[in-house]
Design a protein around this ligand. Structure first.
Ligand code: FHN
Length: 452
């Protein structure tokens, strides 16, 4: 009996350690690119002059066109997009090198979004880019090669729950409109057909043919039909095919659970949701640059780059990643407004990347001037990175919770040394009264002790 207990204890420890090593690249990476691209990129939120309702998510046009009078487009109407889908400007190298220059370490793309359309030549369903459009190119295959060339990890978004093309796929969870034919949910048996004949085989294809670093599944409410048995089936399929392929929490059961399901590798927050505390497990926020994920020609609410930079830094200081979305245009090119922001963020990371990649959450309490990231150094020493969002008027920056004066303190960008003074609640960094410009500056403190 003792031997059995010992065996299970050992397996738990080994399993935990394996899970941690499996996710090491992900937590080190901190910053990735999300891409929403598909048939919906062509109408870009506008159908026959009419815009969408409910929200600005352009990838939802099939369900949200002409909202709320007569929501949605029939399958035949939507499928007129197949002949139009010809993104001749698509250049996998250009996309991936843009991500790389932005300082991103990985990319994930909507292999299949809710509309059920696949961006690879799926043998499971000919509702895909090669068999059903004039473009006829394997978008995932081209991205696979470009990611390998540039050293960027590649993951796939796969809509395993919503599928508006297959009769068994789940429709939008809007009970108040459940009488509308477009929104009628499948029966349990129809869903099982979808699950067995499309979802599981396509996931198998994605892993076997493209070797993704992770799969990003998508649910956001109590997910009808995604029960424990199906979750096990899907998770086991992924684990059997590739034990290194990471799985995110929006696969199902963990919606709203702060600790998440132990079987998954990282937690995905809600869209543009930024937790206000450290989370001990690997986690990420996926966020938009404006309001829509897919390209929306009328969505002009572009966030300034420093807002998104703050999300990246703040998530890192709480132990999380940031996956910033680009919605390429119907012709396959990135919108200029996205390119501008990617390059602005990339310029900051080219200088300050050391304060982000491979860092850990802050061991200190939160400060109102900005955020702190942390790196343990050899010999029991520590390095703190102070990301200053709000420059103190008198140049005196309090750092609470540090009991010893740092051995050295310098501005990361310029190498300029700064002085530190002891204070009753920690230390104070004596900065120049004015920063040289309005950027976010990082001050590096090297401390002689372990902080965690
Ligand atoms: O409905 C989708 C939406 O279109 C988009 O893909 C986001 C990305 O997180 N996920 C769902 C809503 O949360």
């Amino acid at each position: 009996m003792k031997k059995i207990i010992l065996f299970f204890l050992l397996m738990t420890v080994v399993g935990g350690a394996f899970a941690e090593s499996r996710t090491a690249w992900f937590t080190d990476a901190r910053f990735g690119m999300f891409i929403h691209f598909g048939l919906y990129s062509e109408p870009a939120g506008v159908w026959e002059g009419q815009t969408m309702g409910r929200n600005m998510y352009a990838e939802w046009i099939r369900m949200q066109h002409n909202w709320p009078d007569n929501p949605g487009l029939s399958q035949d109407e939507y499928d007129t997009l197949l002949d139009q889908f010809n993104p001749v400007q698509f250049d996998a190298d250009a996309w991936v090198s843009e991500a790389k220059n932005a300082g991103m370490k990985y990319m994930l793309i909507t292999a299949k979004h809710h509309d059920g359309f696949a961006l690879w030549p799926s043998e499971v369903s000919d509702y895909n880019v090669v068999d059903a459009t004039p473009f006829g190119r394997d978008i995932l295959g081209e991205l696979r090669r470009a990611c390998d060339k540039y050293g960027i990890r590649l993951g796939f978004y796969y809509s395993h729950w919503q599928d508006w093309h297959h009769p068994g796929g789940v429709r939008p969870p809007w009970p108040e409109y459940s009488d509308l034919p477009l929104l009628q949910q499948p029966t349990e048996a129809e869903f099982e057909d979808y699950w067995q004949e499309k979802c599981l085989p396509q996931v198998r294809e994605l892993i076997n043919n493209y070797n993704p670093a992770f799969l990003w599944f998508d649910t956001w409410t109590d997910a009808l039909y995604i029960n424990e048995a199906r979750l096990d089936e899907l998770i086991n399929l992924v684990r059997d095919l590739d034990p290194n392929c990471l799985i995110n929490s929006r696969i199902g059961t963990t919606w709203g659970h702060s600790k998440g399901d132990e079987r998954v590798d990282f937690l995905s927050m809600g869209d543009n949701s930024f937790p206000n505390r450290t989370i001990e497990r690997p986690w990420e926020t996926s966020g938009t640059m404006n309001r829509s994920w897919g390209y929306h020609r009328l969505d002009h609410a572009w966030k300034p780059h420093f807002e998104m930079l703050r999300y990246l830094i703040t998530n890192a200081s709480r132990g999380g990643n940031y996956q910033l979305n680009v919605g390429p245009k119907g012709d396959g090119s990135f919108p200029l407004a996205s390119i501008k922001r990617l390059r602005q963020i990339g310029a900051w990371l080219a200088v300050n990347g050391e304060a982000i990649y491979g860092t850990m959450h802050s061991p200190l309490s939160e400060h109102d001037w900005g955020q702190v990231t942390y790196r343990p150094l050899p010999d029991g020493k520590s390095r703190l990175y102070l990301h200053i969002f709000k420059w103190p008027e008198d140049g005196m920056l309090p750092v609470h919770g540090l009991r010893h004066l740092p051995q050295s303190a310098r501005v990361l960008e310029t190498g300029q040394t700064v002085q530190c003074l002891a204070d009753h609640s920690g230390i104070v960094v004596n900065l120049p009264v004015q920063p040289s410009d309005k950027d976010i500056y990082v001050v590096v403190l090297d401390v002689d002790t372990e902080l965690e």
